[in-house]
Design a protein around this ligand. Structure first.
Ligand SMILES: Nc1ncnc2c1ncn2[C@@H]1O[C@H](COP(=O)(O)OP(=O)(O)OP(=O)(O)O)[C@@H](O)[C@H]1O
Length: 249
């Protein structure tokens, strides 16, 4: 498998008053990989995602996508270039059916409305085609929301807590379906997730955020077994860490 760098972030810095939400973040994202972003609340995951998607402009640093500098570009330009996003709370028209939601997204993407059936089938949503989105179980709503993001055939998909609010016995089914679709389409994924079982199972690489910086990055087992990650992010103090200092504290 070739490992082509798709996104390259160099020296990203973002400050809100006294709060440093991103401190000197440099990371490369390889094409067609799945990166799990972990970190406690306020660690800087959303800030990083917002900078990649143009919702926030970094104070310093650059972001390159397929060799083009996209730093500070407008979100709609970045979306058009192939970076799509879904949110923690699905952005659906709750009074419309699943199919109608997809047809609206297809219309915006200037894609044939007849693709709705194919996309519903890909995401296992055929049985819900005529159900009103507001009445769908959370796992199905999440899948529908992600299917809307896939309408534009993005190269990169950013997912914000794809399993939050989903019943624990449905989480793996939701993620299995998402991963099947995105791997078949060759999409590169970054997903923010608090459930470490999901992170371990579905990530090729984990980026662990702490206090605005990347504390560790690498293979899931390496990062999730890293002593600092366990202590400061997963919240499992180690018996021998009584004298350890918090990074950046
Ligand atoms: N628009 C903003 N104005 C002021 N402070 C902000 C803003 N956005 C983020 N912050 C601060 O920046 C820090 C990083 O926040 P961020 O939302 O990136 O963290 P996060 O890791 O995504 O957390 P969560 O898991 O809660 O979503 C926090 O201290 C947050 O309060």
């Amino acid at each position: 498998m070739t490992s082509r760098t798709l996104i390259s972030a160099v020296g990203l810095h973002k400050q809100f008053g006294a709060v440093v939400a991103a401190r000197d973040i440099s990371v490369d994202i390889t094409a067609q990989t799945v990166s799990g972003l972990i970190g406690t609340n306020g660690a800087g995951k959303t800030t990083f995602v917002n900078m990649l998607t143009g919702y926030l402009k970094p104070d310093q640093g650059t972001i390159t996508f397929e060799g083009t500098d996209i730093t500070g570009r407008e979100p709609r330009d970045i979306t058009r270039m192939g970076i799509a996003r879904s949110f923690q709370i699905p952005q659906l028209f709750t009074s419309l059916t699943a199919r109608e939601n997809l047809e609206i997204a297809l219309g915006i993407a200037k894609s044939p409305l007849t693709r709705a059936n194919e996309i519903l089938a890909q995401f296992g949503l055929g049985a819900y085609a005529n159900s009103v989105a507001g009445n769908l179980p959370e796992g199905v709503r999440k899948l529908l929301d992600i299917s809307l993001a896939m309408v534009a055939e993005p190269k990169v998909l950013l997912l914000d807590e794809p399993t939050s609010g989903v019943a624990s016995d449905e989480k793996f089914a939701v993620m299995d379906r998402v991963m099947d679709v995105i791997r078949a389409a060759g999409v590169t994924v970054l997903f923010v997730e608090h459930d470490m079982d999901i992170v371990r199972r579905y990530s090729d690489r984990v980026l662990a955020f702490y206090d605005g910086a990347i504390l560790a990055a690498g293979a899931p087992d390496d990062v999730l077994n890293n002593a600092q990650v366990r202590q400061y992010i997963i919240g499992e103090p180690l018996p021998t860490t009584a004298n350890a200092e918090a990074p950046h504290a």
